[in-house]
Design a protein. Structure first.
Length: 276
């Protein structure tokens, strides 16, 4: 019979959980509060928490200086486009690795994952030169390709994990009924792995939305997403913390809302296959 957890232990675990959650949430709260402060109050020492004259001027200045909507549209197109392209490549790749297993499959998966450990700055120059020659600098197409490639190992790894939990006998039965490889992939495997595919989609949209290194180095204006929008408020004249906080709040608000409303699906997909 399983032992009951003491009440004191439950209280302690809850306190630890709430403490970690508040610690992680505090930078977001501080950024939000700072976005409503006048600039002198934003840099005041000691810091001012709630006792100040709230203002929307920073948001008006941010919108007047840079068009938020254009950057927002670029972020949506780049994050969703790169994720869909990544899924289009990763689903067949993960299917092959999960159900046509070879001796080197695990080595191949580890090699793909190891590419995420390479510093991005190490390949910036060759990628920049290639993109310059192909005319892909400051283009949505070029940045979509880059975001797809940098997140592709994670997409394949996640889908491979989900696919391995699907009984191979189901696919064998489909083959015996005359299903082609395409029919097996589209009509049998994909519908069964919808929770895993959905969570992979959500996670990689978030990763693409938050990507800053490549967006700052490969865009100027036309394809600039919200990460570039934030960086534009750091100038040689200094950091304007209130305006920077307003820009940051506008940039993270959509992805925070997405994460909040899809958290159940995200957690369900991330734990899919963790316990047999």
């Amino acid at each position: 019979m399983a032992r009951k957890t003491p009440v004191s232990q439950k209280i302690f675990n809850s306190a630890i959980g709430w403490g970690i959650a508040l610690l992680l949430f505090f930078p977001i709260l501080w950024t939000f509060l700072t976005s409503f402060k006048p600039e002198p109050i934003a840099v005041a020492t000691p810091p001012v928490f709630f006792d100040f004259d709230w203002t929307l001027r920073n948001y008006a200045d941010v919108q007047r200086q840079r068009n938020y909507f254009d950057h927002f549209v670029n972020s949506v197109i780049l994050s969703i486009g790169s994720t869909l392209l990544g899924l289009l490549i990763a689903i067949p790749a993960a299917w092959a690795m999960a159900f046509v297993h070879g001796r080197r499959t695990k080595d191949l998966l580890m090699w793909m994952l190891s590419t995420k450990m390479m510093p991005a700055v190490g390949v910036l120059v060759p990628i920049y030169l290639i993109f310059r020659d192909l005319g892909l600098i400051d283009s949505r197409l070029g940045l979509t390709i880059v975001l797809t490639l940098i997140n592709l190992p994670i997409i394949i790894w996640m889908l491979y994990t989900y696919f391995r939990e699907i009984p191979g006998e189901i696919l064998e039965a489909a083959r015996m009924d005359g299903a082609t490889m395409w029919a097996e992939l589209v009509h049998v495997l994909t519908p069964m792995a919808i929770p895993g595919i959905a969570s992979t989609f959500l996670l990689n949209v978030i990763l693409a939305w938050n990507e800053a290194f490549w967006t700052l180095n490969l865009t100027v204006n036309d394809a600039a997403p919200l990460t570039k929008f934030i960086a534009s408020f750091s100038s040689p004249q200094g950091l304007f913390y209130a305006k920077l906080s307003a820009a940051s709040t506008l940039a993270i608000a959509p992805i925070l809302a997405l994460g909040w409303f899809s958290q159940k699906q995200l957690v369900r997909g991330l734990t899919f296959g963790a316990v047999k």
